[in-house]
Write a protein that binds this ligand. Structure first.
Ligand code: ADP
Ligand code: MG
Length: 698
């Protein structure tokens, strides 16, 4: 490893032990390399001077030059202000200080020319600049090019390491790095992607002269980051494929064939068939399956899960399906029990509400192998739940489960069971590559036939009477309706009050005996929820008032209207999930998004996107752009999204490109042992050493 780069930061001129400690504590910067990798988050253009009459309003700061023609103090005592008027051949502008008035006043000389840098704003109907940077003009102290802006912290700023202080120490370092930074990509890749050297990129990112230099540097650094991320992913994936043993299920098995021939309620879609083939192939390899199944809401993932479990069972193994909520686990249990009622297969349900005596019985039967298929919630993860020979775990609606929980399922056998993770929140391709780059991905990209697209409409509160009229018409023709209220943790109490109030208002507007209304929310006991849910499923109630507990997976084909209250408060993927509760039968379905009048721009985009498309993948793309990748997955489960320069939502093309380059590299040199790839080998081995266990998860 390069000694220069590993030099402790206190040895840099202008740093010293005290600041070095602060840099360590506040920014985790310990050595030269880490400091060089502390990139500016933006730049200000100091490459030219603007004319005063062309100073843009509300832009980022501008630089200009002018003579001070007048100074004027205003206000009194603490509210004293200083106005300085500056003029060039095109006009005059007022600079204004609200603090440090006398200090600034002493500094500025009437009649001298100054170089000024600041952000113009309209104050009291004239254009002014408050607290600009102002320096006596001289051709020698001109700042040329683009000035980097670094983020800093309060503590650092108090010790002279605000953005300017950081700029200073970094530029001291950058002046010394010429010919000292080893390259980290091979010659052939550098020429293929047509980029500047690593050293040049580090110089230019911190001290660019032109806009082009910034983009050259960023291109190179982003590529680096994404290249090594993808390389890490693909190496881990190859590693797990070749090294990790998994059960072989040699036969399609009796359970599967019998079900397929006698019980299958409808022809599988081509997409379902394709995915089953992929899974079946995994089962023959003797390697551990770690597969992510993506499919839009309503695409029929449950059936794929069941068929997958039947293959395991037909080969003499047990299977488990894990769902994120009790409602969903119950529903899977019921529909699956019904589907396979003719088969000699024992299915059991295990959730938080399972009675103690039943629980003990289930535990015993799992150990003895009497239970073939276990369906449940987190309860499956408890230590007391042991299997005789668990062959596969299907995890439904994956993003609700943390990595740690998935790892627990792993430990239930000496050879880990195969894992199929199903997610109904489609993930944009680039994000999947980044986040699940080490999993195999199957996609169901087709809905079962006969579905009519759901009509989505955004309405304001003043439309409520007409909305209720419409709902009554729908009920008259035999349909059922969901009305969903937000329940968000921060304002749980208030939300709950809204829900109850809404329920009461709806009960008044839809009176008995003609109408019957169910309610389901998180504060109810499991049994109560289930009771209400069942009434709705059986059609005994026509309206289901609920919080987002019904978001995931609930399946009532006769429900054809989804009303979402305060829709502006839901995220896109949640809205899409909720909408997916309707449009499951053959009837024309509607989703009505109710909002207040005041909407943020982002809410408007979300509502419009919902109105315009039913495609979960398209929605996921918009969501990625609006929210960024971390939030999208609703989890900070690993550090891999901590990219320094690249941004998965903005640099999608580059993610794909980097992956393709990595793939090509591994095709030619699978273990990166060729001489020309030595630089890459060195770098990746450092990376892999720093995160040893990461690949074991999921
Ligand atoms: P999701 O992928 O959201 O979990 P489900 O598995 O709940 O979707 O399936 C949604 C609905 O589609 C269910 O009512 C299911 O019975 C039905 N379905 C699944 N596969 C098919 C198919 N091949 N043809 C017709 N209907 C199907
Ligand atoms: Mg589902």
């Amino acid at each position: 490893m390069n000694e220069f780069l590993l030099t402790p930061i206190e040895y840099l001129k202008g740093v010293g032990p005290q600041r070095a400690n602060l840099l360590k504590q506040e920014l985790s910067i310990n050595n030269f390399e880490e400091l060089l990798n502390y990139f500016p988050f933006r730049y200000v253009d100091r490459s030219f001077f603007c004319k005063i009459n062309e100073i843009p309003l509300q832009e980022s700061a501008t630089q200009f030059k002018g003579i001070v023609t007048k100074m004027k103090e205003g206000g009194k005592g603490r509210s004293k202000t200083l106005s300085v008027f500056v003029e060039d051949e095109t006009g005059t502008i007022e600079l204004i200080w609200f603090q440090g008035v006398s200090w600034v006043k002493n500094l500025i000389l009437l009649g001298s020319t100054y170089q000024i840098f600041g952000k113009a704003k309209v104050y009291k109907s004239t254009l002014k600049i408050a607290h600009p940077e102002i320096t006596l003009w001289s051709p020698n102290n001109l700042i040329k090019g683009f000035q980097p802006v670094y983020s800093s912290t309060e503590k650092l700023s108090a010790n002279g390491l605000g953005t300017r202080g950081i700029e200073k120490i970094i530029s001291t370092l950058v002046e010394q790095i010429k010919n000292k930074i080893p390259e980290v990509l091979s010659k052939s890749i550098i020429s293929e992607i047509n980029c500047i050297s690593y050293e040049e990129a580090l110089i230019k990112v911190h001290a660019p002269k032109t806009e082009q230099e910034i983009s050259q540097a960023l291109y190179r650094l982003k590529f680096n980051e994404l290249f090594y991320l993808q390389l890490e992913m693909l190496l881990r994936k190859n590693h797990s494929i070749t090294k990790r043993k998994g059960f072989i299920f040699p036969n399609i098995g009796k359970a599967f064939s019998q079900f397929y021939e006698d019980c299958l309620p409808f022809e599988l879609t081509n997409a379902q068939k394709k995915v089953l083939k992929e899974i079946r192939k995994d089962f023959l390899t003797g390697k551990h399956m770690n597969r992510l199944l993506q499919g839009d809401v309503g695409s029929g993932k449950t059936l794929v899960a069941l068929l997958t479990c039947l293959i395991a069972i037909g080969n003499g193994f047990q299977a488990a399906i894990m769902a994120p909520t009790e409602i969903l686990a119950n529903q899977h249990f019921e529909s699956i029990t019904k589907l396979i009622s003719q088969l000699p297969i024992e299915v059991a349900l295990l959730t938080g509400s399972t009675k103690k005596s039943r629980r003990v019985e289930v535990h015993e039967k799992l150990l003895s192998g009497q239970i073939h298929l276990l369906i449940g919630t987190h309860a499956l993860l408890e230590n007391t739940v042991q299997f005789q020979n668990l062959g596969i775990v299907v995890i439904d609606e994956q993003h609700r489960f943390g990595v740690a929980q998935r790892a627990t399922m792993w430990k239930k056998n000496s050879i880990p069971p195969h894992v199929l993770i199903m997610t109904a929140t489609p993930i944009p391709r680039t994000l999947a590559m980044t986040f699940y780059g080490d999993l195999d991905v199957s996609i169901i990209d087709e809905l079962p036939p006969g579905r009519k697209p759901i009509t989505t409409i955004h309405r304001f509160e003043n439309h409520r009477l007409r909305l209720f009229g419409f709902l009554k018409e729908q009920i008259k023709i035999g349909r059922q309706i969901y009305i969903v209220y937000p329940l968000i943790q921060e304002s749980e109490k208030l939300d709950f009050a809204n829900l109850i109030e809404g329920f009461e208002a709806i009960s008044r507007s839809f009176p008995l005996p003609e109408y019957r209304v169910s309610i389901v929310h998180g504060k109810m006991k499991g049994e109560e929820k289930d009771f209400e849910m069942q009434r709705f499923i059986k059609g005994e109630t026509q309206i289901m008032v609920a919080t987002t507990v019904i978001e995931v997976g609930v399946n009532v084909p006769n429900a054809s209207v989804m009303v979402i209250e305060s829709a502006e408060r839901f995220g896109l993927s949640q809205l899409h999930q909720l909408r997916g509760r309707v449009g499951r039968g053959a009837e024309k379905s509607y989703c009505i998004l109710m909002t207040g009048q005041k909407l943020s721009n982002e809410s408007k985009i979300r509502l419009e996107t919902m109105e315009q498309t039913n495609d979960g993948f398209e929605i996921a793309e918009v969501d990625l752009k609006l929210r960024g990748p971390g939030d999208l997955l609703g989890t900070q489960q690993s550090g891999i999204l901590d990219l320094k320069v690249a941004d998965i939502s903005k640099d999608q093309q580059l993610v794909i490109y980097a992956r393709s380059i990595v793939k090509k590299l591994l095709q030619d040199d699978a273990d990166i042992s060729m001489r020309e790839n030595i630089l890459i080998r060195n770098k990746i081995s450092v990376i892999l050493k720093s995160k040893p266990n990461w690949g074991k998860i999921s």
